[in-house]
Ligand binder design. Sequence first.
Ligand SMILES: CC(C)(COP(=O)(O)OP(=O)(O)OC[C@H]1O[C@@H](n2cnc3c(N)ncnc32)[C@H](O)[C@@H]1OP(=O)(O)O)[C@@H](O)C(=O)NCCC(=O)NCCS
Length: 150
Amino acid sequence: MQIRPATAADIPSIMQLERPSATAGHWTEEQYHQAFQRDGATRLVLVGAEDSATSPAGFLVAQHLAPEWELETIVVASTFRRKGLGKRLLDSLLDAAKKTNSTAVFLEVRESNVPARTLYEKTGFERTGRRKSYYTNPSEDAVLYRLTLP
Ligand SMILES: CC(C)(COP(=O)(O)OP(=O)(O)OC[C@H]1O[C@@H](n2cnc3c(N)ncnc32)[C@H](O)[C@@H]1OP(=O)(O)O)[C@@H](O)C(=O)NCCC(=O)NCCS
């Protein structure tokens, strides 16, 4: 599996990965297009694919809010889960964040999202708080995580 920066040409594949996932954030096509434009914030969109001819099996979107990064969404296709792709995407974000001399990466996640929370904790993220009823449909608390970069 190769990790590479996404381009706007990957948007249809990214949306196909995101749509069936109940726990992923859902963005409009317009929002994904904005992620590839300089709209004031710098975004990093990474995809993981078997090779350059194959549709991505996973992706990640992060926003650079200097001196920190926010992980906004990470999704791996259900048929590719538990094969290490989510961890590789996350590690690639951490590498990119270190290269921008950033101090930390932070994120929020549904409390019940055990796969994602386990991935974050395994990668070194620490719980920093909770936002009551942050999510809707269904209503649920958000758990906040932060990883301080060396
Ligand atoms: C969260 C997600 C991206 C993980 O992707 P993945 O490629 O399956 O993760 P990895 O294979 O790299 O797993 C790395 C580690 O995370 C943990 N983990 C991943 N899935 C897990 C699960 N279902 N249950 C428990 N731990 C899990 C494990 O510690 C795992 O290591 P191990 O397989 O050696 O035990 C994937 O489950 C997903 O796309 N979920 C739906 C979208 C979502 O909720 N995204 C997060 C919010 S935006």
